[in-house]
Design a protein around this ligand. Structure first.
Ligand code: NAD
Length: 500
């Protein structure tokens, strides 16, 4: 939709230096409800000058924020937690309105968002350093952790509430200042989050929100005032972000795309396995980075699984995610629907069998697509290798567990993988051998748990430290090691390594 067609809905502001601030750029995009086509707001595509203002504010904030005690910083997060709790339903409705996922799924996302804040509240413990006495006689060595500086995060459309909070609470807990660039497709939910952050009485510039697209991202990657960058999005952009941010000397973590496998062994509990696969493949209309998009059946699991799986997928109620009865909401945009329809055609052209065709749901208004299953897929087909990011499930057959593990490990991605079986020995081998960052055992979506690190391997992740959990404190702090002795104590006279 052209920008000039929608001038009667609110234009979103940025949040810079503790104030809601209009972007200086005149470029903007409509924010569209994918279930109805309604324009919800207009989002500015901020300019380099808007980013500069946020970076300047964030740099100024650093000394004031670092001077706030770590216990007080944690207390502000407790307050944020309560504020988020109070707006839970508003946040969930906002997620559904702008992104399309069902309201139940959106509520679960908001619950995960709040857990991120809860995990970050532990910062007076998690940010502790280490000390050891007498590395030499009367000489002590200690490592302390200090904030990295100005940290930025660039986030995707599919988790408007949670993914920004993989970073923001941990960054500010550790004493950093922070700049968020939300997805221009779903900028509304973070407007609510920043209203709540505005109520925390943080020094101006500790948290900043800069709406926009590629220009803001490119500005972040080369900006001399930014010290660390976190990215979540598609694999090609993750690579650009990783390379450019690293080239300009920044600390960087870049979480990319995925092609997640769900391996089903013949001894799996079939009805529960079907539920797990349905939730994973078709939840959020297949637009989760943890969505299982390839089922690998081992041996006779194929004939046990396929009839009930097809039936359950066919029965999914497609509709507006705000309707509590809906089980499969729209995909995020018309453009996404067209791309996914293209993938279904490509699968058929490659020789896959259309076991369930969800394309009829795409005929009306709204960006809907029904659950689609491609059977008889081989690992070489593009539909088995590339990320489709829609409600399309491919089914590959393997003769045994070895072959299934080979299928999983042949992927260039390694985000998540699940196994469905009651065999402990098979699980042991599987978890030991598969090349992926997140593993589900009889769990279709190995979802992020705030208190543990989360990320993939291979093309699904570029960097070292994963998101949240213990890795967050490592990412958001720099270590400083101090070696000391004290002469006036009368004990500082021993040798210090080679000194005599
Ligand atoms: P995307 O890569 O299109 O966009 C992500 C962010 O990058 C957005 O903020 C966008 O404005 C910006 N961007 C887009 N194109 C750019 C370019 N050429 N140069 C600079 N910046 C650019 O991703 P998306 O469509 O919003 O999200 C879906 C993707 O994210 C999927 O591939 C999914 O697997 C992935 N994802 C991964 C994880 C994970 O944990 N690994 C989590 C969520 C989503």
């Amino acid at each position: 939709m052209a920008t000039q067609e929608v001038t009667n809905v609110r234009l979103l502001d940025n949040y810079v230096a503790g104030k809601w601030t209009p972007a200086t750029s005149s470029e903007q995009l409509p924010v569209v409800n994918p279930a109805t086509g309604d324009v919800l707001a207009r989002v500015p595509l901020s300019s380099a000058a808007d980013l500069d203002a946020a970076v300047a504010a964030a740099r100024v904030a650093l000394s004031a924020w670092r001077a706030v005690s770590v216990i007080e910083r944690a207390r502000r997060l407790f307050t944020l937690r309560e504020a988020l709790e109070g707006r839970r339903e508003d946040l969930a409705r906002s997620v559904t309105l702008e992104m399309g996922k069902t309201i139940g799924d959106a509520r679960a996302e908001v619950a995960r968002m709040i857990e991120m804040v809860e995990a970050a509240c532990a910062v007076p413990t998690t940010m502790q350093g280490r000390i050891i006495e007498d590395v030499s006689r009367n000489v002590d060595a200690e490592t302390v952790r200090q904030p990295v500086g100005v940290c930025a995060a660039i986030v995707p459309f599919n988790f408007p509430a949670m993914v920004p909070f993989w970073f923001l609470p941990f960054a500010i807990a550790c004493g950093n200042s922070f700049i968020l660039k939300p997805s221009e497709q779903v900028p509304l939910t973070q407007q609510i989050a920043f209203e709540l952050l505005d109520g925390l009485d943080l020094p101006p510039g500790v948290v900043n929100l800069v709406n926009g697209g590629r220009e803001v991202v490119e500005g972040i990657l080369g900006h001399p005032g930014i010290d660390a960058v976190s990215f979540v999005g598609s694999a090609p952009v993750a690579r650009i972000v990783y390379e450019r941010a690293a080239k300009s000397g920044k600390r960087v973590q870049a979480l990319g795309g995925a092609k997640n496998h769900m391996v089903v062994l013949p001894d799996a509990v079939i009805d529960k396995t079907v539920q797990g696969i349905i939730g994973s493949a078709f939840g959020a209309a297949g637009q989760r980075c943890m969505a299982g998009s390839v089922v690998v059946t081992v041996g006779e699991a194929h004939e046990q699984l396929m009839p009930p799986l097809r039936e359950a997928a066919e029965q999914l109620k497609v509709g507006d995610g705000l309707d509590e009865q809906t089980q499969l909401g729209p995909v995020v945009s018309e453009q996404a629907r067209e791309r996914i329809l293209g993938w279904i055609e490509r699968g058929v052209d490659e020789g896959a069998e259309l076991a369930l065709d969800g394309r009829a749901a795409a005929d009306g208004a709204g960006c809907f697509l029904g659950a689609t299953i491609l059977d008889g897929v081989t690992p070489e087909m593009e539909v088995a290798r590339e990320e489709i990011f829609g409600p399309v499930l491919s089914v590959v057959q393997a003769a045994n567990l070895d072959e299934a593990i080979d299928v999983v490990n042949a992927s260039r991605f390694g985000n998540g993988v699940s196994i469905f079986t009651e065999s402990g020995a098979s699980v042991r081998r599987f978890r030991h051998e598969v090349q992926a960052g997140m593993i589900g055992v009889n769990i279709g979506v190995a979802a992020p748990v705030a208190f543990f690190p989360f990320s993939g391997w291979k093309d699904s992740f570029l960097g070292d430290l994963h998101a949240h959990g213990t890795d967050a404190v490592d990412f958001y702090t720099r270590k400083k090691t101090v070696t000391s002795r004290w002469f006036s104590s009368g004990q500082g006279t021993g040798t210090y390594f080679f000194e005599t």
